[in-house]
Every structure is written in structure tokens, then in C-alpha cells.
Design a protein around this ligand. Structure first.
Ligand SMILES: [Zn+2]
Length: 304
């Protein structure tokens, strides 16, 4: 641990990105006395408010979504604030950009740089700038965060403060590899796993808050197993979050943990038992929700 508490700033593209990739790690830091702030670049309403999108599908052009947008923005922010409170932090900053404003732009970069100057983070967590080949709001958000880091470490203009961030991590760098073919040409790789097994229940309860995009209930539990559970399996634990360092770390000696040393004498049954925990799936579903097989794709639909 460092010699003083640290401040972490997570820069999220959409509201749920505040915690769904790195929330377990943030919960660990809060528990050891560190501070966490989150800056959410876009409202997420145009692309991630599935109930509003469903209304639009039914009504077509007749539905003027602008009548619902302000309320939907507030609804999504309230969901994410409840989720972050479950994980132990409540400094959630809404930068308010539209999520269909998808390009890297100076105004987004300036807004993030202002948060960096105000929060003065020791660590910034950002989306990988080449996620989905870079052609996605997450990639845009990652690129904006890196440009903002560059802006904030300069002398700025007028009375702007200066803050150089010493350490940057990209969250879930390989999460979308396979979703499109450009991902394979990127620079994404996982070089750090955080074991979040002891807080996976909190993360599932946080996901339960995100009702507007149907994350709550069965999906929260499925996601715990297939995302955090899959990373955990790669890291030989039950649940983990995955990161990629931006700058290589400089140390005096080579790092190795007791957890790694203990693997030398570890029986295989213990090794497999640790990876086999399945807490998320056994957590009770919220009332009125159930697992279902009724939405499976029938075999005939795969005929080409
Ligand atoms: Zn997102």
C-alpha cells in the first residue's frame, strides 16, 4: 500500500460504466480509506434507456422522445447513484453530454480535464481507447480521457490548475474482443487482475439498481459469472476485474505476492475449489423476477 490514502477518478462513457467494469476494485479502495470519484461523460439515455427505446419502437416517429429525455436522464443518474452507494462511494459527477454525440471533441476533453484539475486523482481508470476497434462511445471516452490527462498536466490557460496523473489503468481491456473483427487488430491485453470475490455480492446488488437497461435480476447474476467469473477463472480465483496499465510500473524489485508463493504447495483441489465459487448465481433474485428459457432462439431461426 502507498504511504497515504489515494484518490481514484474513473471516467465512464455511460452511467453504468461507473461501476460495472471496475466497481469491485473501487469498493476495495473505499474500504481501505481511499477516495473514489466518477465522471460520467454522457447521459446514456439515447443508447442505453431500453424502456424509452422500446416505446420508440412501438410508436415510431410519432413519439417525440424529447418529452421524456429529462426524466430519463434523472432516472438513470438515480440508478447509478444507488449502485455506487452500495459499493461505498457517492462522488458521481454527470458531465451531461448526449450519448449520440459520439466523436472525440474538444468540449468533452476540456470537461474531463476540468474534473481532473478539481479532483487531482492519483489514479485514473478509463475505457480502453481502442475498445471495439475505437469505433464506439467507450473508445471515444477512453481517447477523450487520455487527451484530458495531457491537457491537465500542461500549464493550462489563465488560472487553470495543473495536475499530472501518475498512473492510468484501462478497465476490462479485452471485454469486447470477438464482438467485431477490428478488435483483434487492437492493443488490448489484460496485465492486471483484481480479485473481487469478497465483494461480488455488492456488485450484483449494484447491477440490480440498473433497471432502465434490464441489468437487474437474472442478467446481473449471469454477468457476474460470465464477465467477472470468466476473468476470475483466468486469474485462478472466483471473480476478478481486469485492467491494462497505460504506463509500465517502475519498482525497485520484482513484485510477487504471497498468494502467488502459496501456489507452489497448493493442492489442486484447493486451486479448483477457489475458482469454482458461484456466489453471484445463488443470490436471490429481486421480487417478481425469474430465470427463463422462453427467449431462446429456436433452431429454425438459424436457417440461412
Ligand atoms: Zn457503456
Amino acid at each position: 500500500m502507498p504511504s497515504r490514502p489515494i484518490h481514484i477518478l474513473l471516467v465512464a462513457a455511460h452511467p453504468a460504466d461507473s461501476f460495472d467494469m471496475a466497481g469491485g476494485t473501487l469498493a476495495h479502495h473505499v474500504a481501505q480509506g481511499d477516495q473514489v470519484s466518477v465522471a460520467i461523460i454522457t447521459t446514456g439515455v439515447r443508447s442505453h434507456h431500453w424502456k424509452l427505446a422500446e416505446e420508440k419502437r412501438k410508436a415510431g416517429a410519432a413519439l417525440d422522445v424529447e418529452r421524456y429525455v429529462a426524466q430519463a436522464v434523472e432516472e438513470k443518474l438515480e440508478e447509478v447513484r444507488s449502485a455506487c452507494r452500495i459499493l461505498g462511494f457517492d462522488d458521481v459527477r454527470d458531465l451531461g453530454f448526449e450519448d449520440d454525440d459520439i466523436l472525440v471533441s474538444q468540449d468533452k476533453i476540456e470537461a474531463i480535464a476540468d474534473v481532473i484539475r478539481a479532483v487531482k486523482p492519483d489514479i485514473m481508470i478509463a475505457h480502453h481507447p481502442f475498445e471495439s476497434g475505437g469505433f464506439k462511445m467507450h473508445g471515444t471516452a477512453g481517447q477523450c480521457a487520455l487527451y484530458a490527462w495531457q491537457l491537465a498536466q500542461g500549464s493550462g490557460r489563465s488560472h487553470q490548475e495543473r495536475h499530472p496523473i501518475p498512473c492510468i489503468y484501462f478497465m476490462s481491456p479485452t471485454a469486447y474482443i470477438g464482438n467485431n473483427s477490428l478488435e483483434y487488430a487492437g492493443a488490448s491485453r489484460a496485465d492486471l487482475y483484481i480479485d473481487i470475490t469478497d465483494v461480488i455480492d455488492k456488485k450484483v446488488r449494484a447491477l440490480d439498481q440498473i433497471a432502465s437497461q434490464y441489468y437487474g435480476g437474472p442478467y446481473a447474476r449471469k454477468r457476474a459469472e460470465t464477465a467477472d467469473g470468466s476473468y476470475g477463472n483466468s486469474a485462478y480465483v472466483a471473480y476478478a476485474e481486469q485492467f491494462q496499465r497505460f504506463f509500465p510500473q517502475v519498482r525497485y524489485t520484482l513484485p510477487i505476492t504471497d498468494a502467488e508463493l502459496k501456489r507452489i504447495d497448493e493442492p489442486q483441489a484447493v486451486h479448483m475449489g477457489r475458482r469454482s465459487e458461484i456466489i453471484g448465481a445463488l443470490m436471490p433474485l429481486p421480487d417478481s423476477m425469474t430465470y427463463t428459457s422462453q427467449h431462446r432462439v429456436p433452431k429454425e431461426n438459424y436457417t440461412d
